[in-house]
Design a protein around this ligand. Sequence first.
Ligand SMILES: NC(=O)c1ccc[n+]([C@@H]2O[C@H](COP(=O)([O-])OP(=O)(O)OC[C@H]3O[C@@H](n4cnc5c(N)ncnc54)[C@H](O)[C@@H]3O)[C@@H](O)[C@H]2O)c1
Length: 257
Amino acid sequence: MRVGVIGAGSIGSVVAAALRDGAVPGARLTGVSDPAQPDGLPVLPVGELIEASDLVVEAAGHQALAELGPQVLDAGRDLLVVSVGALADEELHERLRAAGPGVPHLSTGAIGGLDLLRAAARMGLHHVELVTTKRAASLVQPWMSDAEAERLRTADTPVELMRGPARKVTAAFPKSANVAASVALAAGDWDVVETAVVADPCAETTSHVITAEGAAGRYRFEIRNHPSQETPTSSQVVPYAVLSAIGALATPEGAFR
Ligand SMILES: NC(=O)c1ccc[n+]([C@@H]2O[C@H](COP(=O)([O-])OP(=O)(O)OC[C@H]3O[C@@H](n4cnc5c(N)ncnc54)[C@H](O)[C@@H]3O)[C@@H](O)[C@H]2O)c1
């Protein structure tokens, strides 16, 4: 499978280098497309990258997904979406759904348990809660007043910054949007997912605690990721989730890898 990567930042550069080095059997790198022109990776203009690839990985951000995602699918190329939070925008979600003949796939990104949530959602979920806890300093947002931002930077105990429906919280904390969107899409309902963001000045890991209750049973998933060194709002595991998804798409017949 020929794989092109749009966006070679903290996630895309790790994915592209691993593909270049043959780390995923059945998949090879065609190139990367990124205006930052990363060193050590074959750079292609986006049109050529799409043309040369069977699968295009989007790891470039919400705006890039909106601009390029439909083009990839309309060209008959499959698309692996990393900026899942962008799908909180219903209009974009619909445009991607309507595009084709390429097929969109979603990276599981920073979390797991989505397969069980999807299964339980088929029987009906009454309530889903996601509590994301990050280092306080990485949660400062442009809409915060100087006083609020300073209080966050200097807090010495954990503070719940916001709690509410997933769409509202993702709009206020876009860097936390990906996980909330992944949970909402697995639950098949944005309104059923109550999302909270907690700032913890002492957090050594980024944690996501997902609890769900419905006709199928009660579930609790607790994920504690080491933050990315380059991008503390992201987690180190994310590029490896992308590589794992590429591996499953490249050799779908191999269940035991
Ligand atoms: N699904 C998840 O759980 C999850 C987890 C973490 C991050 N993410 C998302 O993944 C995306 C990438 O994250 P990152 O940490 O690698 O970001 P990053 O800022 O390190 O890298 C993004 C790269 O994309 C490039 N870029 C921007 N616009 C582009 C365009 N139109 N065409 C080509 N390249 C373009 C930038 O130059 C940059 O190098 C973000 O949207 C982030 O929110 C998802």
